[in-house]
Design a protein around this ligand. Structure first.
Ligand code: ZN
Length: 665
């Protein structure tokens, strides 16, 4: 009922501000509409949060019951033509810089959803949207059904080499089907270990072939009914038509409008440059693996289905270390204290325990404060607060994320400054036998990553709701602050002080650290080129490709240009490339590498300025905080980056961090 009351209030506010006699005035609209939508957003945010972390049948029922009404309201709000007209009529000269950016974003989003189109064009645009939604749904269903529909019952001899737990699960699955042998499928927990560990090349080949032909014309027999070929062509044709309707040459241009990257040409050049720089390392990786395969595995001419197997064996031979051993050094309280110390030092704040009602006794609540200027006896200022919900438990969704509870906002209704609040959610194993929780190194990286998102949300100094904190930050720039924080998890000086063995209290040994680092950069060249292959294919597909043509020749051409290992001709990776055909990453797959470059290059500014004692420079910390974290979405990300770095992003730091810096280019 509360959600219904808030919805009714938001609807009433929308009607008031879109009435013909309501002034086209930013603050007047904000006082009515933004206040009502913020209240609705916060209340619904609390409900969805609980739905994610403290699910109960009653809550889930109430959530699902209200969800369609809430979704309908946001969709209607974002396409209300009266509101668009009102925003367009606002005189930007009456606004401050933050408001201008927020207005710019609002108008841009309306235009991209077809608000400027008239008559037949408008109708066609709506049809295209609807059809695209159907097609992408069908695409992912085909990919899923093709994956789920496959099973192979292997003999005991065939599965030699598989880890015992995988073999056990496969045996149990076969038994459940009333079959002899071991049930292998194309789902990751089955497919991946087969490719990595199964000694029988013929078995790997069988699964590889099934996997890379899923949802394609190359699939065998009955599985061909999931073929996505026609869907791909229609999706691409509709995107092209949509772009033309909006006045752009191709869909990649549309995709980049709200992003940091400025043009498809810029992205393509970026990918090709990175490919050129990574290539010698990828070639070295391949050569290395070939030599190892010939000398130790008796494989003289490796095929596509041999590479993961060879890589796994090579990695084991060179960098084996026990994840369990590593965990014993990362006790949760020590790690958290280490993280807080870095943040406090670098960003000149204090983090203290605070209190608030929570949904579970394990949830912690903290406040971030800033000390007054030296000599002043004013109390510390409250910067923001956050909930930390780290242990895994029943009723809690998996994964890790940062979410905003409340955004920093100079409220237009009462003139008060609202401070930001964030959720940081992880799923770490709990401690056993009264010991503190032990984190894997991946857990530690995850914690730092989410905390990086949290810092951008919490340290913001922007007063305008829609561009404050993480709000309004370009999609391909949001991972900068999060991936930036990950770098600390690979610093020897940081790890030394952030680890303490659960029994002995000893810090992480140097030899173990060296192995972890080597394993991290193992085959980095090959991995980089593989990501570039996907990203370049995606970008060319949405710029120069003719949608009426089959996309397979383009994929082959990209592979010829980029890949160090040519997959067999039957490989149909595009047919299950859900990121770009059903996942919102169309002409956006590059953003993974793009964000890595930004965060590595930003981190390098700290490496370049650190003191002889290994301590980070306070001046660099201040500049990073002011130019990147505090400004958030209030100005273009490229402007923030260059203000911090004194130049545009460069590739060198990423390559160096991944061990690709000692060969001549
Ligand atoms: Zn992230």
């Amino acid at each position: 009922p509360a959600v219904d009351a808030l919805l009714a209030a938001a609807n009433a506010a929308l009607e008031r501000v879109t009435a013909p006699d309501f002034p086209a005035d930013w603050n007047a609209i904000a006082r009515e509409l933004d206040v009502a939508t913020e209240r609705l957003g916060r209340a619904w945010g609390a409900v969805s949060h609980l739905n994610s972390v403290a699910d109960t049948p009653a809550l889930r029922a109430a959530y699902n019951e209200a969800l369609p009404r809430v979704t309908e309201f946001w969709t209607r709000l974002s396409s209300d033509e009266r509101l668009y007209a009102k925003y367009k009529a606002i005189d930007p000269a009456t606004l401050n810089g933050e408001q201008r950016q927020a207005l710019h974003n609002a108008v841009r989003n309306f235009v991209l959803s077809g608000a400027e189109l008239q008559g037949a064009a408008k109708e066609r645009f709506a049809q295209i949207q609807e059809r695209q939604a159907e097609l992408s749904q069908k695409f992912s269903e085909n990919a899923l059904d093709a994956t789920d529909g496959y099973a192979y019952y292997a003999s005991a001899a065939e599965i030699a080499g598989l880890p015992a737990d995988v073999a056990q699960a496969a045996r149990a699955a076969a038994e459940a089907d009333g079959q002899a042998g071991y049930k292998l499928t194309l789902k990751m927990p089955s497919y991946l270990p087969v490719m990595q560990f199964a000694d029988h090349a013929a078995l790997r080949e069988r699964l590889y072939r099934a996997y890379v032909t899923r949802a394609s014309d190359q699939a065998e027999g009955d599985a061909r009914r999931f073929d996505n070929t026609a869907l791909i062509q229609e999706i691409l044709a509709l995107r092209q038509e949509e772009a033309r309707l909006l006045g752009y040459a191709n869909f990649a241009e549309v995709s980049l409008v709200p992003k940091m990257a400025q043009s498809p040409a810029q992205v393509i050049a970026f990918l090709r440059d990175l490919a050129r720089r990574a290539r010698p390392y990828a070639e070295r990786d391949v050569q290395d693996a070939r030599t190892f395969a010939a000398e130790h595995l008796g494989i003289s001419a490796p095929q596509a289905w041999d590479w993961p197997y060879i890589s796994e064996k090579l990695k084991e031979a060179r960098y084996a270390f026990s994840e369990q051993e590593v965990r014993e050094y990362f006790t949760a309280p020590k790690v958290l204290a280490g993280l807080f110390k870095i943040v406090e030092t670098l960003f000149e704040v204090t983090i203290r325990p605070d209190s608030a009602p929570t949904w579970h006794p394990a949830v912690q609540f903290y406040r971030i404060e800033r000390a007054p200027a030296p000599g002043s006896d004013a109390p510390p200022t409250l910067v923001g607060q956050f909930y930390l919900d780290s242990p895994a438990r029943t009723g809690k969704r998996g994964g890790a994320w940062m979410d905003d509870v409340r955004t920093r906002w100079l409220r237009p209704d009462n003139g008060q400054l609202q401070t930001p609040v964030a959720h940081l959610v992880c799923n770490f194993a709990e401690g056993v036998d009264g010991q503190p929780a032990l984190l894997t190194h991946d857990d530690v990286i995850t914690l730092f990553h989410e905390f990086g998102h949290g810092l951008q949300h919490l340290l913001t100094q922007v007063n305008e709701r829609d561009v404050s904190g993480i709000a309004g930050v370009e999609w391909d720039a949001v991972e900068l602050p999060s991936q930036f924080m990950e770098n600390f998890c690979w610093e020897w000086e940081v790890l030394r002080h952030m680890t303490s063995h659960v029994r002995t209290g000893e810090p992480l040994p140097r030899a173990l650290y060296d192995k972890m680092l080597a394993a991290k950069n193992f085959q980095a060249g090959m991995a980089t080129l593989r990501q570039i292959e996907f990203a370049l294919f995606d970008m060319l597909l949405h710029t120069e490709h003719d949608p009426a043509q089959d996309c397979q020749p383009l994929l082959q051409r990209v592979r010829q240009e980029v890949a160090v290992l040519q997959p067999p001709a039957f490989n149909r990776m595009a047919h299950t490339f859900s990121h770009i055909f059903s996942g919102g990453y169309a002409a956006g797959y590059y953003s993974y590498k793009w964000a890595e470059v930004l965060s590595a290059d930003a981190y390098a500014a700290f490496e370049e300025t650190q003191g002889a004692d290994g301590q980070p420079s306070l001046e660099t910390g201040r500049r990073y905080r002011r130019e990147i974290l505090e400004t958030g979405g209030s100005r273009p990300a490229m402007q923030s980056f260059t203000a911090f770095r004194g130049r545009e992003p460069q590739l060198d730091a990423l390559l160096r961090h991944q061990g690709m810096h000692d060969l001549p280019a």
